[in-house]
Design a protein around this ligand. Structure first.
Ligand SMILES: [Zn+2]
Ligand SMILES: [Zn+2]
Length: 337
């Protein structure tokens, strides 16, 4: 079978290998779609923390069940499934508390171990959810949307909360869409005017502001003098993260969804006087995935426009560089098998 491997930063090749053998309680999934996200692009560029090479990328996966070696789970051959790419150890303190998304020894398929850019992959059956109600494209965007859903759960979001989303990439857009569906008042900001235009065209209830020095003032104009209850950083950018507390009201929350690979620095008096809660949000849970399946079933999310580029599996090695360096508006690239 064919697979695509990133041998070292900047080098990605299509190769052939044997179909994987099935261990007990594992299922063989035929991959139909692989969403490409910032993590994959950073891995390709060589600036992804916790990454080793060679590696088969791909953690946003949709497929069908080909073969199974399990008895406990009622999954049927031929069923459409989403792969939950987070493999937990099951034994650490976080796992004992069922906080599997932040397991001490978490193994993310496509990051810490080989991922889904291959025709077939063997995964534990507990990491699959049947999703026969959605298309393969929709199934492959469950994972990035679940990241946003998890962040909103971490923030304990409530209807009518005023929120600011910094960064209108694939994760930020998920947060914007979900927060609107919860009844929040949403302001979205980005440097990238194309992405802001995308938000304006697809989510008319969200207010958009270009990220610049006047951001705080513009938020206060929209909110009649007030800042926001909750700020979500979906950039992972040092400068953006370090200024994000400026937009949180006194007693509000700052939720860090994007990750910057080194130290970040806040002025202690600034965050202390506001008694800001700074909350990190990592990965997502199985329940987050299930909630996103229900959300997508309502068909209010613009899945078609969210996927801004489609690529065939065979062409991916040659197309990969252009994603990073040439595309003007890239929300989500989708690899079709
Ligand atoms: Zn991703
Ligand atoms: Zn664990």
């Amino acid at each position: 079978m064919k697979y695509i491997i990133c041998n070292k930063p900047g080098q990605i090749n299509l190769k052939i290998k044997n179909v994987p053998r099935l261990k007990k309680d594992f299922v063989l999934v035929e991959i139909k779609r692989v969403g490409i996200c910032g993590t994959d692009l950073h891995a390709f560029k060589g600036n992804q923390p916790f990454f080793s090479y060679p590696r088969i990328l791909g953690h946003e996966l949709a497929g069908i069940i080909l073969k199974k070696n399990e008895i406990k789970f009622p999954l049927k051959i031929g069923e459409k499934v989403v792969v939950i790419p987070y493999l937990e150890c099951g034994n650490c303190d976080a796992c004992k508390l069922k906080l599997f998304n932040c397991c001490e020894k978490i193994n993310v398929i496509g990051v810490h171990s080989d991922g889904g850019l291959q025709e077939k992959i063997a995964v534990p059956s507990k990491n699959l959810i049947p999703v026969n109600s959605l298309s393969f494209d929709e199934i492959a965007i469950i994972e990035p949307l679940s990241i946003g859903y998890h962040a909103l759960q971490r923030a304990k979001i409530k209807p009518a909360n005023k929120i600011l989303v910094i960064g209108c990439g694939p994760i930020g857009i998920g947060i914007i869409s979900l927060a609107l569906s919860f009844g929040c008042e949403v302001i979205a900001t980005d440097f990238n005017l194309k992405r802001l235009e995308y938000v304006k065209n697809n989510f008319s209830k969200a207010k958009i502001i270009e990220t610049n020095k006047n951001l705080k003032k513009q938020i206060q104009i929209i909110n009649k003098g007030s800042l926001v209850d909750k700020v979500f950083d979906a950039t992972g950018n040092k400068t953006a993260i370090e200024s994000s507390h400026n937009y949180v009201r006194h007693g509000g929350k700052l939720i860090l969804v994007g990750i910057y690979k080194d130290n970040i620095c806040f002025s202690h008096p600034d965050i202390h006087k506001k008694e800001i809660q700074i909350i990190c949000s990592r990965n997502a849970t199985k329940n987050d995935f299930k909630s996103i399946i229900k959300f997508l079933e309502k068909r209010r999310f613009p899945s078609n426009s969210y996927i801004t580029k489609k690529v065939s599996f065979d062409n991916l090695p040659s197309d990969f560089k252009s994603f990073y360096f040439k595309e003007k508006l890239l929300i989500k690239a989708m690899v079709e098998l």
